[in-house]
Design a binder for this molecule. Structure first.
Ligand SMILES: Cc1ncc(COP(=O)(O)O)c(C=O)c1O
Length: 399
């Protein structure tokens, strides 16, 4: 069957592919340690599950407005007021099927062919493909470990053109864990404001998963002008261990929100009614389970980063947020094992899966060569076992 030209512009998500391969190996009885997961290994807190069960019992099982229920939109507005000092009216909020859907929708309503979207690399794997699918052109700007994997105002200035429609800011970042300070965001916002067509999509999905007393700031906090140009995407997936529930949200300009709501009304309709009720409970209920999860991630991060930095030829940036380590393994490029040469992160990840039984995601998938992404959203025991295997596996490479 002839498929559309449009679908030919994208490829399957490499992160989901790694997790699927590790799961398939496990199902065959192979003992694989998986560092592939992009989701907390904790269960959804009980009070959130109870709210969903109650919604089912109450018969809250029918269509809702396509843009989501008012109760959840109000809870989202309260969250932004409480946590971020940002005032949004519920007409400025739309509920979608996860943060991914939120970004997808924005790309669809903002981009025309020829429009450019600036995406700092390393980037979350889905941004460039969702931009391409919408007909836009991803403009990848490579950030460097020396700058803490952050975009500098000069780099941004050099990338911006009259065609720039979107600048993507993802702080804390997947895959590096880099998190911008308010001063850094302010400097970026000043550059963006010199281009009247440029909007910011601020992906704040890892807001709550931060370490070392880092205080989260949104670029929308950097003044009225940039607030007017910023659309925030967020959701309950990572904060409340709710990846399977598929609830994300978008907040910003009323015209953009209206367009997204219309798009949903002609595509997905509403996100699941029951999951919306669960998300209300997540946002309005006790936040202690989040603190507990972050404490566990913090401990694992400290262990994983120090182990990685202790390995021969490996250096690893200390992430300030999210739950990923992004070690630099360039020292291993060009090495060999049994006549197989390691020339990329893809080769190294394949070698580690086949020989060391450890699943990691190649940095190449995030637009950075010579790096790997390891999720520490898995138990300390698995982290120890997996890192032992990686160290041993790297030690076998020659050259
Ligand atoms: C940076 C970033 N944004 C958005 C998402 C989407 O999350 P979800 O669609 O599960 O809410 C993810 C998930 O991996 C992510 O890492």
């Amino acid at each position: 069957m002839g498929l559309s030209e449009r679908i030919g512009r994208i490829k399957p998500s490499p992160t989901l592919a790694v997790s699927a391969k590790a799961k398939a190996m496990k199902a065959q009885g192979i003992d694989v340690v998986s560092f592939g997961a992009g989701e907390p290994d904790f269960d959804t807190p009980r009070h959130i599950k109870e709210a969903a069960i109650q919604a089912i019992r109450d018969g809250f099982t029918k269509y809702t407005p396509a843009s989501g229920i008012d109760e959840l939109k109000v809870a989202v507005c309260e969250k932004f007021a409480r946590d971020n000092g940002l005032t949004f009216d519920k007409s400025q909020v739309v509920i979608s099927c996860g943060g991914k859907h939120a970004f997808y929708n924005l790309a669809q309503v903002l981009l025309d062919p020829g429009d450019e979207a600036i995406i700092p690399a390393p980037y979350w794997v889905s941004y460039p493909d969702m931009v391409r699918l919408a007909g836009g052109t991803p403009v990848i700007v490579e950030t460097h470990e020396e700058n803490g994997f952050k975009l500098t105002p000069d780099q941004l200035d050099a990338a911006l053109t009259d065609k720039t429609k979107i600048v993507v800011i993802n702080s804390p970042s997947n895959p590096t864990g880099a998190a911008y300070t308010k001063e850094e965001l302010k400097a970026l916002s000043e550059v963006i404001l010199t281009y009247p067509n440029a909007h910011v999509i601020s992906d704040e999905i890892y807001e709550k998963i931060v370490y070392d007393g880092y205080t989260f700031t949104s670029i929308a906090n950097c003044g009225e002008d940039i607030l007017g140009r910023t659309v925030i995407i967020h959701g309950v997936s990572k904060t409340y261990a709710m990846t399977g529930w598929r609830i994300g949200f978008t907040a910003g300009d009323t015209g953009i929100i209206k367009a997204v709501s219309m798009l949903q009304s002609q595509s997905t309709s509403n996100p699941t009614s029951i999951a919306q009720k669960a998300a209300v409970a997540a946002l309005k209920g006790p936040q202690e389970p989040v603190d507990e999860m972050v404490r566990a991630f913090h401990e694992r991060r400290d262990y994983a980063i120090s182990r990685l930095n202790g390995m021969e030829g490996v250096t690893c940036f200390t992430p300030h947020g999210a739950f990923y380590a992004f070690p630099n393994l360039n020292a291993y490029m060009g090495k060999t094992y049994k006549n197989t040469r390691i020339d990329s992160g893809f080769d190294l990840a394949a070698y580690l899966l086949d020989e060391a039984r450890v699943a990691v995601v190649p940095g190449d998938a995030f637009g950075k060569k010579g790096y790997l992404r390891l999720s520490f959203a898995t138990s300390m025991e698995e982290i120890k076992k997996g890192l032992d295997r990686i160290e041993e596996g790297l030690g076998k490479l020659k050259g």
